[in-house]
Design a protein around this ligand. Structure first.
Ligand SMILES: [Zn+2]
Ligand SMILES: [Zn+2]
Length: 254
C-alpha cells in the first residue's frame, strides 16, 4: 500500500491511496484541471482512479469531486448527510452512500470510516487497509473523542491535521467569530491537540506521520513538526508535512 497527497489545506485537499491496481482519492477539493495536473505530477493516469471518497461537504474537500467523477465515470462514496448538503454537485454521478459505522471496500482497499466532531452535516474520516497495514486520515476535527482514539490506535501511517498554532490564531487579524469557529469543538485541530492525540494512542507501529491541513496564515511547518516530534519523542525531520502547493510524494507502507 502506498499513499500521496495532491495538496492539503483550506484551498483544497486530495489524498491518493493505492493498493495493487486500486487507486482511490480521499476528497477532491481542486478544480478538474488542477486535479488532473496534480495527478499527472505524481505519475497517476486520471482515468485509472477507481473511486472518490468524500469526508464532508466543505468546498476544500468536495469542490472538484463531481466534475472529476463525471469526466472519468468514477463513483463517489459519501455519507447521506454529505450527499444532502452537496447534492447539486453530484447530478449524473454514480453515488454510493456509506454508513460511518460500517466498513466497506473499493477493489483491494478496505475502508473503515469513523465519525468526527466538525461543523458539517455528517462528516467522516477514514482508515485505509490492505489486509495487513492500516493508514489513517484525520483532518477537519474540532476535538478528540474516545472513538477517534480507538480507531486510530495501532496505525502504520497517519496523516494528521495540524491546522493552527493557537497563539498565532489568537493574534491573527481573523474576525473573532472565525477564530472561535476554527478553535471550537467543531472546528479544526491545533498543533497541541494533534500532539495530545499521539500521546494517547498506540504509535508503536507508525512508519509515517504527516502533518496536514496547515493554515497558511496561522501555522508554520516548523511549529507543527515540533509539536508532533515532541509527542513522539523523535527528531523533527522524521515528521512529514503536507503542503498546499504540492501535498507530499508517495510514501510506501511496508
Ligand atoms: Zn478542510
Ligand atoms: Zn471542513
Amino acid at each position: 500500500m502506498r499513499f500521496a497527497s495532491l495538496g492539503s489545506g483550506s484551498e483544497g485537499n486530495c489524498l491518493v491511496v493505492e493498493v495493487g491496481s486500486t487507486r482511490i482519492l480521499a476528497d477532491c477539493g481542486f478544480t478538474l484541471k488542477e486535479t488532473i495536473a496534480r495527478l499527472e505530477r505524481n505519475g497517476i493516469e486520471p482515468s485509472s482512479v477507481s473511486a472518490v471518497l468524500i469526508t464532508h461537504e466543505h468546498d476544500d474537500h468536495v469542490g472538484g469531486a463531481g466534475r472529476f467523477a463525471r469526466k472519468f465515470g468514477v463513483p463517489v462514496w459519501l455519507t447521506y448527510g454529505t450527499l444532502q448538503a452537496a447534492q447539486d454537485q453530484f447530478s449524473a454521478v454514480g453515488v454510493e452512500v456509506f454508513d460511518c459505522h460500517q466498513r466497506f471496500s473499493v477493489g483491494a482497499i478496505a475502508i473503515e470510516p469513523y465519525t468526527v466532531p466538525h461543523d458539517a452535516r455528517e462528516p467522516a474520516q477514514f482508515v485505509f487497509g490492505d489486509g495487513n497495514a492500516r493508514v489513517g486520515l484525520l483532518t477537519d476535527a474540532g476535538s478528540l473523542t474516545p472513538h477517534m482514539r480507538s480507531t486510530l490506535s495501532g496505525l502504520d501511517a497517519l496523516i494528521l491535521e495540524c491546522n493552527h498554532d493557537l497563539e498565532m490564531l489568537g493574534k491573527s487579524s481573523y474576525p473573532r467569530q472565525l477564530k472561535q469557529r476554527i478553535s471550537g469543538s467543531f472546528g479544526h485541530l491545533d498543533n497541541t491537540a494533534a500532539a495530545r492525540l499521539l500521546e494517547s494512542i498506540d504509535c508503536s507501529r507508525l512508519q509515517h506521520l504527516v502533518a496536514a491541513h496547515l493554515s497558511l496564515s496561522n501555522n508554520t511547518p516548523e511549529l507543527a513538526g515540533a509539536a508532533l516530534a515532541g509527542a513522539l519523542n523523535c527528531t523533527q525531520d522524521w515528521i512529514g508535512i503536507a503542503t498546499q502547493a504540492d501535498g507530499f510524494a508517495w510514501r510506501q507502507v511496508a
